[in-house]
Write a protein that binds this ligand. Structure first.
Ligand SMILES: Cc1ncc(COP(=O)(O)O)c(C=O)c1O
Length: 471
């Protein structure tokens, strides 16, 4: 058979790689510079670029420099959690060293489904480092694309623990249940749906004055369910709720789970990094007794998406749930990582975190997380002292829900929804509204290490001015 001529490869490398890499370096550097301070206004896309974004598929290639420039413009005009006043949802920092890890990982594009050789070691070390950071007795774990997948992975492990063989025999989830607080993230419901338990099987238990589930309620629900012929699959505790950052009492829940033999999972996608700090550590007392945890490094550890971990205390639990051998996946004595996760083809997302932990060290991460906790405490103090704002809950971590209550505004729900809209249009402070105990409010979450103490004042005053314009 004729060989293709060596001088004309079927896939030509990019012309002028050096110039493109230099341009990429310039674009990334400009973005990093712009993340150092809050931006006073959004740049806008411009009509010409908007028109280009509506064009059909190009049949022939175009200038990569021009495409790169458009891509950078689009991203610069998009909501980026790396900006210091992105305070909506649960953001991140987009640590600079993570960008280097992402670029290297994409360059080599290793696949962690089958063993990728040396890359497996980075994955394993990064899992150990996360466990050491938060004080969890890890036996095994996996990197996943996000908190949803980590929670789902843990629930499938819990299912196999509660009903051994259910993964092979099939699972009639009509008589199974999962226990969590009414403020658990919806991913718990979605995971229950996907695991065959269904939303119907999710017992959303009421919260106490500190917005935490009561262990006694969980124990009672488990006993009642067992009496009615249900199999309890797992208790899913909040390691920081999305709405207010509340942490369920892990020690009390661990007692209940030890007494009843039910799997205890902690959804710490957002909040679990706080367990590494002196300031918040006590909230997580009992963590060493839980069976599995979810932690999103792409939230409070500042790593780029997607980078989540599911950590498990018992050795062999993941393989019991996902292990298999196939003739098309070579086994070479070591376990293929696909036997410990739900996903198949998987990028080396751990590399970003591994590089960040190695470059900055645990002490720096602890200091950064403490700083964001202090930002929330500072905002809480200011809101409490300000007659024009009202605090809607007692913050435990770095999330604060409050509302603007100027004189003369009759419908505070409508006013605060309009204020969140105005803030998003204005662009200086990015936040979203939320509802706490039936009250529409402004919700901010401090997880960005770039946010400075003076930014709290700036954000509050910007919100006050926008709110006054509306009232
Ligand atoms: C507590 C909690 N669990 C799970 C998730 C889902 O995580 P992800 O978006 O990474 O899938 C979130 C997202 O904000 C969360 O706050």
């Amino acid at each position: 058979m004729d060989q293709p001529p060596q001088s004309l490869p079927a896939y030509p490398p990019l012309a002028d790689r050096g110039a493109l890499l230099a341009e990429l370096e310039r674009l990334i550097g400009a973005a990093w510079d712009s993340f150092d301070r809050p931006r006073l206004e959004e740049p806008g896309l411009g009509r010409e670029l908007e028109q280009r974004l509506a064009q059909p598929l190009p049949e022939h290639g175009t200038d990569p420099q021009a495409a790169l420039a458009d891509a950078a413009r689009v991203l610069d005009e998009s909501n980026s959690p790396a900006r210091p006043l992105y305070l909506g949802y649960v953001g991140s920092t987009g640590l600079e060293v993570g960008v280097l890890g992402a670029a290297l990982a994409a360059t080599y594009d290793v696949n962690l489904a089958a063993t990728a050789r040396a890359a497996d070691l980075v994955e394993a070390q990064a899992l150990q480092w996360v466990a050491q950071l938060i004080g969890f007795p890890l036996s095994e774990g996996a990197f996943t694309s996000g908190g949803m997948t980590s929670n789902m992975t843990a629930l499938l492990v819990a299912r196999e623990h509660a009903l051994p063989g259910s993964r092979a025999q099939g699972f009639d989830g009509t008589k199974a249940a999962v226990y969590c607080s009414e403020e658990a993230h919806h991913s718990v419901v979605r995971a229950a749906e996907a695991a065959g338990i269904g939303e119907r099987g999710v017992r959303k238990l009421p919260i106490d004055a500190q917005r935490r589930v009561r262990p006694a309620d969980v124990a009672e629900a488990i006993v009642a369910d067992r009496g009615a012929g249900f199999t309890p699959i797992a208790v899913v505790a909040n390691g920081g709720t999305t709405l207010t950052g509340s942490v369920d009492p892990l020690g009390g829940l661990a007692d209940v789970c030890a007494d009843t033999g039910v799997w205890l999972h902690v959804d710490g996608a957002y909040g679990l990094p706080a367990a590494a700090t002196r300031r918040a550590r006590d909230l997580f007392a009992g963590l060493e007794r839980v069976d599995s945890v979810t932690l999103d490094a792409h939230k409070w550890l500042g790593i780029q998406k997607g980078c989540s971990v599911v950590l498990v205390r018992e050795a062999g639990a993941l393989e019991r749930s996902f292990g298999h051998e196939e003739s098309y996946i070579r086994r070479t004595g070591t376990v293929n990582l696909v036997e410990r996760t739900l996903e198949y083809s998987r990028p080396i997302n751990s590399l970003k975190l591994w590089l960040a932990l190695r470059t900055h060290g645990a002490a720096e991460f602890r200091r950064w997380i403490e700083h964001t906790l202090e930002l929330a405490a500072e905002l809480t103090r200011r809101v409490r002292e300000d007659a024009e704002f009202e605090l809607l809950h007692e913050p435990q971590l770095s999330t604060v829900c409050f509302r603007h209550t100027p004189d003369g505004v009759a419908d505070l729900d409508a006013h605060n929804a309009a204020l969140a809209d105005a803030a998003q249009r204005d662009g200086r402070v990015f936040l979203a509204d939320a509802v706490v105990d039936g009250n529409r409010c402004l919700r901010v979450c401090f997880v960005n290490f770039r946010t400075r103490t003076e930014d709290v004042t700036f954000a509050l005053e910007a919100l006050r001015a926008l709110g006054r314009d509306l009232s």
